[in-house]
Design a protein around this ligand. Sequence first.
Ligand code: PLP
Length: 477
Amino acid sequence: MPEAGDISADEFRHAGHQLIDWIADYWEHPERYPVLSRARPGEIARALPASAPEEPETLDTILRDFEQIIVPGVTHWNHPGFLAYFAVTGSAPGVLGELLSAALNVNAMLWRTSPAATELEEVTLDWLRQLLNLPGTFSGVIYDTASISSMVAMAAAREAASPGVKTRGLAGAPPMRVYCSDQAHSSIEKAAITLGIGREGTRTIPSDAEYRMQPARLREAIERDIAAGDRPIFVAATVGTTATTSVDPVPEIADVCEEFGLWLHVDGAYGGTAAVIPEMRWVWEGVGRADSIVVNPHKWLFTPIDCSAFFSRRLDVVRAAFSLVPDYLRTSESDVHNYMDYGVQLGRRFRALKLWFVLRAYGREGIVDRLREHIRLAHELEGWIQATPNWEVAAPVPFSTVCFRYNPPGVDEETVNAVNLAIIDCVNNTGEVFISGTRLRGKEVIRLAIGHIRTTEEHVHRAWDLLQQAARAVNAG
Ligand SMILES: *Cc1c(COP(=O)(O)O)cnc(C)c1O
């Protein structure tokens, strides 16, 4: 039996080398796995023992079970045929950075609990800020997800609108109101739920024919709320909405926010990344006037999940909203960031390390080339769809995501919806690619998002072939 609870350096080396080999093979031959797991509900859990082992087990045994039980239950997000939701990449440099961060296992709650973790976070986020062409007035914090970044933004807005809300709570004040379009991500509403503003306090502004927020309707909603004695505090604009990747008119929304003194948060979780490409800089138009911005390197910037970059011109307000230093965490350093002051959680992973690896290993040019290629592929697909009878593109394609549908003539809307859902299932059952769908104003559409670093024209072409085959099969059946 091994020493109690310990793994010798040799055992670690052996298992570690095996594991790196496994990962390299995995990435080299993704076609051996169906992208979408074929597991049925409960199947994985049933294959596992009901309790943890009494006796130590060897790493070899654990790795064997990983391959035999866990892998079949994995949906392969790191597969180039993954074209659903927003495709993401755990790239090789990102994975190596993640491995080191696990090995160091620092908790970056205070500057002194790991100065390098705090300072690398500052520097890496400033690199990212420059790559994304954001003004130097913005500085950043890394959170786990865009959902948390947006919640932090809303909490800061709440503090800015009502200083001391942290102490008093919400009681006795007029109800606060927040605004986003009907295309905004559900995380905005969840932030409102979390912060005591509630779903009813979240005003959903109608979007236009191209799924962009209508600033005139935003203004009306704010004026209506003010007339009713409510307290508007926050607007979330989206650059790259989740369903269609539409871009809200940030300059006009910023005008409204400035007029009424509201916090403007820009959710660019996916689309914001495109601003690294010179010809895509337009996506950030007006964004310098935002109070805060979120971009997810774990979405379209090849960084393993989780890593969400939050930028604000008013980090002092974020700090005011959250800072609460118990006696046992007081430190003597001044002029340092203690990142625990900028959010709810105390403990923080060393996430900057993997982002630093990614930014260095690809460089600006490497990132631009890959994102540009993803956008080119999306436009290729858009062209194939437009050139094919009975198929139509369902929304503009500003980035690397295409919404489209099969729409044969003389078929009622309900049947078209059912047919498109059946096509998605049929394509996903092949295991070669994985696509998803969404509903746009009552219409079921197919949604294909290109974002994996190894997705090539071949994968997109194959997906398009499978879609057309599925349409024929569904029609014939
Ligand atoms: C994906 C997405 C989110 C949520 O991101 P998480 O990091 O998973 O919380 C928020 N907003 C937009 C626009 C998104 O596309």
